[in-house]
Design a protein around this ligand. Structure first.
Ligand SMILES: [Zn+2]
Ligand SMILES: [Zn+2]
Length: 272
């Protein structure tokens, strides 16, 4: 297998992904493409496909711009979980140029620096400055746009003064503004760490070969609950096995985890 790939990126992700590929003996070149057409964090361009389909389409934007056997792209999702915590989820994918199967690496973290607040004509300058104090400026940046995504948005703002000025400029009688962390990869160090972890997960998978078909990418796909209770034998929500799967032939292997039984304190029958 030739370990040569082209990264399709608009926002300098080679600085994040390149060193990790290098560590695993891959060479990575960069192809610039306007990946914003597949969706932006500001919401100006909504993402129409799932993250997995988006990362595949993004990688394929490079098809005619490189002769590397593999195309690489990354896709992030930022969402608020039901507990109210902001989650950053990153996928980095290797897509073969010809036939073959995409392999994905993933990472999830709550250590994402994210702020968001509304500004309308009644919001005072002091209030905007007070809210900006939570934004970790200038290490992170802010982006101002209209709440309805109809107007323009202006990002990469590094100072409170810039944010106040842009809010003044964009303010209209009828719409409110949203000020939020600018999540574009080159401006968001806390997101960069998650992208790096996803790239590492991908590289590790590429060293693991499927025992059935021999293709790379064999890896952990998640946990299977149902570990039996030590006292009554009833299945619990505790992890019973780690599921490994092959993206090429779909071969699945459930690897049992230790211990073999669950603490009765975790059992809905013994300790409801
Ligand atoms: Zn029990
Ligand atoms: Zn396989």
């Amino acid at each position: 297998m030739e370990r040569r790939a082209s990264l399709i990126s608009k926002h300098h992700k080679e600085e994040i992904i390149g060193p990790i590929f290098d560590e695993f003996g891959w060479s990575l070149e960069t192809v610039w493409a306007d990946t914003d057409q597949l969706g932006t964090f500001s919401g100006d361009i909504p993402r129409r496909q799932s993250p997995i389909e988006t990362v595949r389409l993004k990688a394929l934007l490079g098809t005619h711009h490189t002769d590397a056997p593999w195309l690489v792209a990354s896709e992030g999702t930022i969402r608020t979980s039901f507990t109210g915590l902001v989650e950053g989820i990153e996928i980095v994918a290797l897509v073969p140029r010809g036939t073959g199967t995409m392999v994905t690496g993933r990472a999830m973290s709550h250590a994402l620096h994210a702020v968001s607040f509304r500004v309308d004509r009644t919001t005072s300058e002091d209030e905007i400055i007070r809210q900006c104090a939570r934004a970790d400026l200038p290490r992170h940046r802010l982006l101002v746009g209209t709440a309805d995504h109809r107007g323009p948005s202006i990002g990469a703002l590094a100072t409170k003064r810039d944010v106040v000025n842009v809010c003044r400029r964009l303010a209209r009688r009828d719409t409110s503004l949203v000020v939020q962390t600018d999540f574009r990869a080159h401006l968001c160090p806390s997101r960069q760490r998650i992208i790096a972890n996803a790239a590492r997960d991908l590289m590790v998978r590429m060293t693991q070969y499927c025992p059935k078909c021999g293709e790379p990418g064999f890896g952990d796909q998640g946990t299977i609950p149902g570990l039996p209770c030590r006292d009554c034998g009833h299945p619990t929500d505790e992890t019973f096995a780690q599921r490994w799967a092959c993206p090429s032939c779909r071969w699945i292997e459930d690897r049992k985890t230790k211990p073999a039984t669950a603490d009765p304190a975790r059992c809905q029958w013994c300790n409801p």
